[in-house]
Design a protein around this ligand. Structure first.
Ligand code: HAM
Length: 427
């Protein structure tokens, strides 16, 4: 017998799970479109070199990569942003910036599996490219919050924790840490929730920080007041901009959702400005989503610098959160009619009626099992059909069928033509 389980860390979607996934995709798609974002997609297979970064990003070590028969180094995409950069670089001359694009890619990362981390996940991405100021961040954050609200989550359930990498860079410079170490240090700092403070300290010292620099950095990370930081780190880029963003969000009516948090770093080395994540207010989960500004990514691929900001919002954590909060929507199969022939004689007419009802927009299934009528009706009930259409020879002779309202448990004969013409209303 072959192994019936999916490849470790990947997922099978049975119909009930697929309904949930489709519901989530539908929320993502509709809020994106309402906010003026256009959908794009790329192939799940990419050039491996897109993901190789010097700063030691964890993602570069988690690739499902291989050599194809033509000797090309390829990888399943672990994230969408490099593919988006590739697309934009192909058409930098013709695109009308700023562009607002979204996608819902399937991504693969060879992760150590823990709660909320799988080796395959779907990740809603929305990015604004070509808008240099914080108004892009404001739009992106509003989109995120409106998606959460559409899922039934409010400011009581979630918080957007926000920081700016330029503030962290300024702190490191203040502590006399050389600039070339900054990226690697930020990538390590992002592991703070995964490893003990001692291990984190050792990792920071291993890349070149002194004990006293680590200690002072930890002191900075306890600060919660942006204004106080502004006074301490004078002339630091990022603070005014972040205050401006918080103000914009306040005016837009979203201040309850936002919280400055100096410890937010995010693990990808390409972020250059604002960085943010969504979590429960007590940060009980892995980040529901994460993102930030990445103004230099396109230039690292050889193009010119184009300002960009966006996020990735996975399906795994948010579904866990909704399950825990008991906010899972009740999703059942949608079925308007099940047609049940009495015996093989009525199969042809069953198919004909099904076809006509479907052409009116109804969702129609046929039960050709030829079981006893009682059993077939029980199955129709289990399937969630609104009506059963029973094909008895006697009624058919008069161009009639019997229609049964599954909820009211009432049944009546009806002319086939009347059934078809009323189908548009029932569907
Ligand atoms: P990321 O922080 O690596 O960012 O991932 C974003 C989100 O994807 C996470 O917050 C989580 O919801 C989900 N996610 C990531 N890895 C896994 C996993 N192994 N299992 C389940 N869910 C996962 C990025 O990928 C950036 N490219 C996002 C971005 C777009 N930044 C700017 N634009």
């Amino acid at each position: 017998m072959i192994d019936l389980q999916p490849v470790k860390g990947t997922r099978d979607f049975f119909p009930d799970e697929m309904r949930m996934r489709n519901w989530l995709f539908q929320v993502w798609r509709s809020v994106s479109e309402q906010a003026g974002f256009e959908e794009y997609d790329t192939c799940v297979l990419e050039h491996e070199e897109l993901y190789i970064r010097k700063a030691g990003d964890e993602i570069s070590k988690q690739l499902y990569s291989f050599e194809d028969k033509g000797g090309r180094r390829l990888s399943l995409r672990p994230e969408m942003t490099p593919s988006l950069a590739r697309l934009v670089l192909q058409r930098t001359k013709s695109l009308l910036f700023p562009i607002k694009w979204f996608s819902m890619p399937q991504c693969f990362r060879y992760e150590r599996m823990t709660k909320g981390r799988r080796r395959e996940h779907f990740q809603w991405n929305a990015d604004i490219i070509g808008q240099p100021d914080m108004v892009a961040e404001a739009e992106i954050l509003m989109l995120l919050i409106s998606a959460c609200e559409s899922m039934g989550l409010s400011a009581k359930d979630i918080r957007v924790f926000i920081n700016d990498r330029r503030i962290l860079n300024a702190i490191l410079s203040q502590l006399n840490v050389t600039e070339k170490l900054h990226s690697a240090i930020l990538v390590i700092m992002d592991k703070r929730d995964k490893v003990s403070p001692e291990t984190l300290g050792t990792m920071l010292k291993d890349v070149g920080m002194t004990s006293s620099q680590v200690q002072h950095l930890n002191e900075y990370l306890t600060k919660t007041n942006l204004q106080e930081l502004k006074e301490e780190l004078q002339h630091t880029e990022g603070i005014d901009e972040l205050q401006h963003l918080l103000q914009l969000m306040d005016t837009a009516g979203y201040s309850d959702y936002l919280q400055f948090d100096i410890s937010i770093v995010r693990g990808l080395s390409y972020y250059t400005g604002a960085v943010f994540e969504i979590n429960s207010p007590e940060k009980q989960h892995r980040a529901i989503c994460g993102g930030g500004r990445y103004d230099s990514l396109l230039s690292t691929y050889g193009g010119k610098s184009v300002p960009a900001v966006g996020f990735g919002f996975g399906d795994v954590v948010v579904l866990d959160v909704l399950r825990e909060l008991e906010r899972f929507p009740e999703l059942t199969r949608t079925l308007d009619y099940t047609i049940i022939p009495f015996d093989n004689e009525q199969v042809g007419i069953a198919l004909k009626i099904a076809n006509e009802l479907r052409s009116k927009g109804a969702i129609v299934d046929c039960n050709f099992s030829m079981k006893k009528m009682k059993k077939s009706l029980h199955e129709a009930n289990e399937s969630g059909a609104k009506f059963a259409i029973l094909l008895f020879p006697e009624e058919l002779k008069q161009e009639k069928v019997v229609i049964r309202d599954m909820q009211l448990r009432e049944q009546n004969p009806i002319n086939i033509t009347d059934l078809i013409s009323s189908a548009g209303q029932a569907a």
